[in-house]
Design a protein around this ligand. Structure first.
Ligand code: ZN
Length: 368
């Protein structure tokens, strides 16, 4: 198990291996990049190598470091039971990473808090590793409770923060952690993995991969959500839809999002279900916007265009022929705007109706 396992992230793998090989491992890493591109896998590989008793170092032009795979520490890591590796993430039923997970409170869950994990002495290995997923989703009080521990973490206690954006991290944390960037994965790679893991056909997997923005996690979520069925219906109905039909499409989108949210929630809590519904509504808006985006690309790049809806090229080309680029651009901007409104507690049914009406009006030149 070496960093070669971390596919399509060459600069992240090289940065980690260089730090490990030079034995200059900073006390905190910030892994930043989209969800589902390998940050958690990289954190596991890093932790395993740090905890391993006999890591193997290759000193070629590019240094390589790998855990041995057979020492007691490696075996504990593989079993997922290493007492010096603690993993934290935002609970599914919470919109933020709560302070009770950072520091001991009456309502703290069983087991260690983040601060306790960082401050503990190693129990089995020579060091400890604490991984925090969704670290950018700490609310202000949680982040402040974490700050002192972060700044004063003991020697041999390593932190790995996994974030999708640096915007909401406290500046002190951002400036003192070593930033490692992760990028979107190639569509082809995502499609292959998706086809392997879900049994979807190559064409369907390719469509979902294109909507995934290079994230395996997002592609898998789209597959679970029956996104392909929604897309099929929307692509069939939208080009011919007048205003009345647009409202029918809006109903179908709302119904789909609510059904998926209901099926996928795991905690029975309303906050999780609402969050899931918003996620699905954003995907539906993304779908409508993707048609306009594709038409814009097709208008400029011609037949070589790299389309998200590559399997719907005739429709995309009709849109590109009938609509002026500035109208497409305005429409696309509107769909992106609607996506941001979804999170701002705007009345979502009304929002989706407006989006569908907007699309129907925009695509009116396609109707006979
Ligand atoms: Zn080992």
């Amino acid at each position: 198990m070496s960093f070669a396992e971390l596919q399509h992230q060459p600069s992240a793998a090289a940065a980690l291996e260089a730090a490990l090989a030079a034995e200059r491992v900073p006390h905190a890493f910030i892994f930043c990049g989209p969800a589902g591109v390998g940050k958690a896998l990289a954190a596991r590989l890093l932790a395993r190598t740090l905890l391993c008793e006999r890591p193997k170092t290759g000193r070629g032009k590019h240094p390589t470091v790998a855990a041995c795979g057979s020492c007691p520490q490696c075996l504990l890591c593989d079993a997922g039971t290493h007492p010096d590796l603690n993993w934290f993430a935002k609970p599914a039923d919470r919109a933020e990473l709560p302070i009770s997970l950072v520091t001991r409170r009456d309502d703290s869950p069983q087991g260690l808090t983040i601060n306790e994990s960082v401050q503990l002495k190693p129990m089995q290995a020579a060091c400890r590793v604490t991984v925090i997923e969704d670290a950018e989703e700490m609310n202000a009080s949680a982040a402040n409770a974490f700050l002192k521990t972060f700044e004063e973490s003991p020697q041999g206690s390593y932190l790995v923060l996994l974030v999708t954006s640096l915007d909401t991290l406290l500046p002190t944390i951002r400036s003192r952690g070593q930033l490692v960037r992760f990028r979107s994965l190639p569509h082809r790679f995502v499609a292959d993995l998706l086809a392997r893991d879900t049994g979807l056909g190559a064409d369907e997997a390719a469509v979902l991969a294109r909507f995934s923005e290079g994230s395996i996690q997002r592609a898998a979520a789209l597959a679970r959500s029956d996104f392909l069925a929604l897309r099929r219906d929307v692509l069939a109905a939208l080009p011919a839809a007048g205003r009345a039909e647009a409202l029918v499409i809006a109903d179908a989108v709302m119904e789909w999002a609510s059904r998926q949210a209901g099926e996928q929630q795991t905690t029975g809590k309303k906050v999780e279900e609402n969050e899931l519904r918003r996620t699905h509504l954003k995907r539906a808006l993304d779908l409508m916007g993707s048609l306009l985006r594709d038409a814009l690309v097709a208008a400029t790049a011609g037949p070589e265009a790299d389309l998200i809806n590559a399997d719907a090229t005739p429709l995309v080309q009709r849109i590109a022929q009938r609509l002026a680029p500035d109208a497409l651009e305005r429409g696309l901007r509107r769909m992106i705007e609607y996506q941001t409104y979804v999170d701002r507690n705007v009345h979502n049914a009304l929002l989706i109706e407006n989006a569908c009406l907007h699309m129907a009006d925009l695509l009116a030149p396609l109707r006979p």
